[in-house]
Design a protein around this ligand. Structure first.
Ligand SMILES: [Zn+2]
Ligand SMILES: [Zn+2]
Ligand SMILES: [Zn+2]
Ligand SMILES: [Zn+2]
Length: 462
């Protein structure tokens, strides 16, 4: 089936019968992707009259096709040009820059701004695609109703799908020749054309000419086939494993970097609950497409100017990001969000530090409390001791020089250096320093001295 479509798009001579079997094996999964091309062609044929230029002086309005693709509305320049020639009500000329196989467009906005359109009936004509395959549109050449074109961007996607999955080009090619096909391609996929344009898809189309000459030189090397996905779907590691198995990590050492973003988008676009083999084909294709576009800036520019960036899964286009104010807003928003997150983090940190400090504070307070309790009990003890001391002092003072010793402290007589036992009643106290001595010792001491042996103060005479 794919082979058939490919022939319709690119012509009959591309595949040898050998590669044909392989291609059909790969292709069986996109059976559902092809719309009834012929049926559509018939519809266009039957209604072709309305796309054809009118004769001069006709009272009927001129009809022009307005193609709609996403938010773009555009007309084929040559169709507009023919209408301008045919109509006396339109007095401006519009030159067409088409060659025989390439049909350029002009936006509806520009037509409405520059021309009197009151006698023109615009027929809206949405660009329809089944998956990535676009429905053919009749070319804007009168009398050629059986010849068709599709948008260049659709040709691009169909061509690369065939190159990647059908021909398995990047599995077979060696690193040096990886971009060998590009010089031919860039004459078809033009990076300097900022409006959409169509490409002829018949036998004489530029794509077919390039493709044939390229594949004639390419030959028929062999390549590994993707393995079937089990019924429970596949994961990012499985995809990475397949990319390596197919030998693509040799052709594109960076290809594994795209596995995650591409997988995420395939997962977003899938229709069923688990990812199946056809989703694996999509993922493998788009991983390669990313690698190819990053290596060929001119092709990347073509994809961008033909508004195809969003159709490459996981594709990062710097031009889209800088052009799209919504993206700029998104970027601003994400920067703000990051700042807020940072602030939250540092706030959290301060909170935690505070909590830590509070804990430490509490510990310190408890310690303080314990200390002050201890202090209090110490004070009580000091008070008790002081009271005791005062008491004993009073008792001693009361006893004058010869009193019973009531002190519990071990007191030494400074003269004989022997202890004065508690309750000993024969002591004498120095009135100056209050030291105590045995009465006997003191009397003997006073026989030879007049001073206290401790403080040298005058001692009383007996
Ligand atoms: Zn872009
Ligand atoms: Zn003394
Ligand atoms: Zn003594
Ligand atoms: Zn003394």
């Amino acid at each position: 089936m794919l082979h058939k479509i490919f022939i319709e798009v690119f012509g009959e001579n591309i595949h040898s019968s050998q590669s044909r079997a392989k291609t059909e094996g790969v292709a069986s999964f996109y059976l559902a992707c092809s719309l009834p091309v012929k049926v559509l062609g018939t519809i266009i044929d039957e209604n072709l009259e309305m796309f054809s230029p009118r004769h001069k002086n006709s009272n009927e309005p001129i009809t022009l096709r307005v193609f709609e693709d996403g938010d773009q509305q555009f007309l084929m320049r040559s169709e507009v040009s023919n209408a301008l020639i045919a109509s006396s009500t339109l007095n401006k000329r519009l030159d067409s820059e088409d060659d025989k196989y390439e049909f350029h467009t002009i936006s509806l906005e520009e037509i409405q701004k520059n021309f009197d359109t009151k006698n023109i009936e615009f027929i809206h004509y949405p660009i329809l695609r089944a998956k990535h395959r676009a429905n053919p549109i009749s070319i804007p050449i009168p009398g050629k109703s059986d010849e068709f074109c599709i948008l260049a961007i659709d040709t691009f996607f169909q061509y690369f799908k065939e190159l990647i999955l059908g021909v398995q080009y990047y599995q077979k090619v060696d690193g040096d020749n990886i971009n060998a096909i590009f010089p031919a391609l860039k004459t078809i996929f033009k990076s300097d054309c900022t409006t959409p344009y169509f490409l002829f898809i018949g036998d004489r189309g530029a794509v077919r000419r390039v493709v044939i000459s390229f594949f004639e030189n390419f030959g028929g090397a062999s390549a590994k086939e993707l393995r079937k996905v089990e019924t429970d779907g596949f994961t990012v590691p499985f995809l990475k494993n397949e990319l390596a198995y197919l030998g693509l990590t040799t052709t594109f050492p960076e290809i594994l970097d795209y596995a995650e973003v591409v997988y995420a988008e395939v997962d977003k676009h899938k229709k069923e609950s688990v990812l199946r083999t056809c989703d694996l084909f999509d993922a493998v294709e788009h991983c390669q497409l990313n690698c190819v576009l990053e290596r060929l800036p001119e092709l990347k520019k073509f994809v961008h100017s033909q508004k195809g960036c969003h159709r490459v899964y996981g594709f990062k286009c710097e031009d889209c990001n800088s052009e799209n104010p919504e993206n700029q807003e998104d970027q601003k928003l994400s920067i703000l969000e990051k700042e807020i997150a940072d602030l939250k983090m540092s706030y959290q940190k301060v909170l935690e530090e505070n909590q830590q400090k509070t804990l430490e504070n509490q510990e310190l307070q408890q310690k303080n409390l314990r200390l002050s309790v201890k202090n209090e009990s110490n004070e009580v003890q000091i008070k008790q001791l002081t009271e005791k001391l005062t008491h004993s002092k009073l008792a001693i003072d009361d006893g004058n020089y010869s009193i019973p010793c009531t002190s519990q402290l071990k007191i030494q007589c400074l003269i004989c250096e022997k202890p004065i036992p508690p309750g000993h009643d024969q002591i004498i106290k120095c009135p100056m320093c209050k030291r105590r001595f045995h009465s006997k010792c003191a009397i003997n001491w006073l026989k030879e001295h007049q001073q206290c042996p401790a403080c040298n103060g005058e001692l009383p005479k007996f």
